[in-house]
Ligand binder design. Structure first.
Ligand code: ARG
Length: 401
């Protein structure tokens, strides 16, 4: 039986060439799998037709935008996921979804190999291959760009020699990865980390300094997940898409970051995540209102681990799954509305209300209506400081001995 290879197909130069490249090198049939996670650009039918024209035996296309929004973006929001406190895991989040579909299609077509277009220098190779090892342990991973010398020059040469229907001149100076949660852009002049990003790196946001008047938006959450904007119930995908447009118009969510890759390289990336950064700000503030103090402190730590595991390609690990269960439990009372002002690149919370609020006006107020018994504080402070006081006394004695 002819061997079958499922290729994660984007429609771009590298993966288009990879179809014929893999077929030539291995004699296998290539099944191209293209997945829409909200990257925009060409429609799936155009991409499907190109895969077939480039020699794929079969081309499978999946509109996974709703699944990506509900099952990957919102869990990241609920976990408060910001890698290195800045990056909302845009690209890192789409990889486990792509892996799950690759494993499913490999199984459906009886393929023994899965191929991806990653280089050997990035995080994505790890995310694909570790994910596949978890979901489809009998399926082998190959990466033509990394493993069999399919460089850019050779890819262009190959495309020309075979007359492949790809525009090799339409190449951007940047390496870009987009989805509904945001946009990642690297290489070109960005590799000089002192150089400011040129205007042409941005695709999801307008200039934050354009002087647009402020706008307010109210986001409603149930159990830590956004469910409505301005009182209108919307699906996860609709909420993210709408906030990308609204917040993107105010230049919100631009991130210029030198980050630590899993493979040990530091690299500079420009991210744009207008909806993600707006939702993260709103969600964090609602947690401040609804989470008990120790739960909030622990959840921040757990969220950081959740984020690192996702970044590091360990989405399908037992720890990630367990932390996800924790997030569900911890988010049970994170319900309510948050009002956010969008202006000049910032999403600023200006109001919050919740039926599950732990904020108690009677305890907080300095006005009449104060129910807090201040006489209890004196003894509390004394006992709270006792261990430190005793230790300090010991240290003083030791210093004078
Ligand atoms: N560095 C980011 C990550 O590993 C984004 C990688 C996306 N690739 C790109 N071509 N910009 O999650």
């Amino acid at each position: 039986m002819t061997q079958r290879v499922v290729l994660a197909y984007s429609g771009g130069l590298d993966t288009s060439v990879a179809i014929g490249w893999i077929a030539e090198q291995s004699g296998a049939e290539v099944i191209a799998l293209a997945i829409d996670v909200g990257q925009g650009g060409e429609d799936l039918e155009t991409i499907r037709a190109r895969a077939l024209a480039c020699g794929a035996a079969e081309a499978v296309v999946v509109d996974a935008r709703a699944e990506f929004a509900a099952d990957y973006c919102l869990p990241a929001l609920r976990a408060g996921a910001l890698y290195m406190d800045r990056y909302p895991l845009v690209s890192a989040l789409s990889r486990p979804l792509i892996v799950a579909h690759l494993a499913r299609v490999a199984n459906e077509f009886g393929a023994s190999v899965v191929a991806h277009g990653c280089t050997g220098k990035g995080n994505d190779q790890v995310r694909f291959e570790v994910g596949l090892a978890a979901l489809a342990p009998d399926v082998k991973s190959i990466a033509p760009v990394r493993d069999s010398g399919m460089t850019r020059d050779k890819a262009i040469e190959f495309a020309a020699a075979k007359g492949l229907p790809i525009d090799v001149t339409a190449r951007s100076p940047y390496s870009i990865d987009q989805n509904v949660w945001g946009r990642s852009c690297e290489t070109g002049h960005l590799e000089d980390i002192w150089e400011a990003p040129h205007d042409d790196v941005y695709g999801y946001t307008d200039d934050p300094a354009a002087g647009k008047p402020a706008e307010e938006v109210t986001i409603s959450f149930t159990d830590g997940l956004p469910v409505a904007i301005g009182g209108r119930p919307l699906s996860p995908l609709e909420i993210i898409a709408e906030l990308n447009a609204l917040a993107g118009a105010h230049g919100i969510g631009r991130i210029d970051l030198v980050e630590d890759r899993l493979v040990g390289i530091k690299s500079r990336e420009i991210y744009e995540a207008p909806a993600a950064m707006t939702l993260l700000a709103a969600h964090a503030e609602l947690e401040n209102v609804c989470l008990e103090r120790d739960l909030a402190r622990f959840k921040r730590m757990a969220g950081q681990r959740w984020t690192e595991l996702t970044y590091d390609g360990l989405w399908f690990s037992p720890l990630h799954r367990s932390l996800e269960a924790f997030m569900t439990e911890a988010s049970k009372h994170v319900t309510g509305d948050v009002r956010v002002r969008l202006q000049a690149g910032s999403a600023v919370v200006t109001g919050r209300r919740s039926p599950a609020a732990l904020y108690d006006y009677g305890l907080a107020t300095y006005d009449t209506g104060d129910v807090f018994d201040q006489s209890l504080a004196k003894g509390f402070v004394e006992l709270w400081g006792l261990p430190t006081k005793v230790a300090a006394e010991r240290d003083r004695k030791a210093a004078h001995a």
